[in-house]
Design a protein around this ligand. Structure first.
Ligand code: FES
Length: 113
């Protein structure tokens, strides 16, 4: 198991493991580690918005929706402490990773404008 700690916002708010970027998302429906590349065609889920009145996160490329509730329940185990998040990935602890920056949509930073 690989344990990684990174920032929830600003520079270094994205960890890239095995080519897959992850960010920490704070939505009105819950907080969770979000794979930032859409499983459909790799679209930027870090720019996704919540479908109004639902807990569905909509990819900006082809508008496929993902359940936030399911992501919170079944996602990457993680805990946030202040502006840092520590997550446990089902990867060998020798897996190389980089820490980068991804802009986040308003809906992924707690709905703040
Ligand atoms: S890339 Fe996200 S819906 Fe197609």
């Amino acid at each position: 198991m690989l344990v990684v700690t990174w920032s929830t916002d600003g520079a270094g708010n994205c960890v890239v493991l095995d080519g897959q970027p992850y960010v920490y998302a704070r939505t009105t429906a819950g907080e969770f580690v979000l794979p930032a590349a859409c499983p459909h065609r790799g679209g930027p889920l870090h720019l996704a918005a919540l479908r109004p009145g639902t807990t569905r996160l909509v990819c900006p490329w082809h508008e496929r929706a993902t359940s936030v509730t399911r992501a919170v329940r079944a996602g990457v185990p993680a805990v946030r402490c202040g502006r840092r998040v520590t997550a446990v990935f089902d990867l060998p602890d020798s897996t190389p990773f980089t820490v980068e920056y991804r802009p986040l949509s308003d809906d992924l930073v707690g709905g703040r404008a």
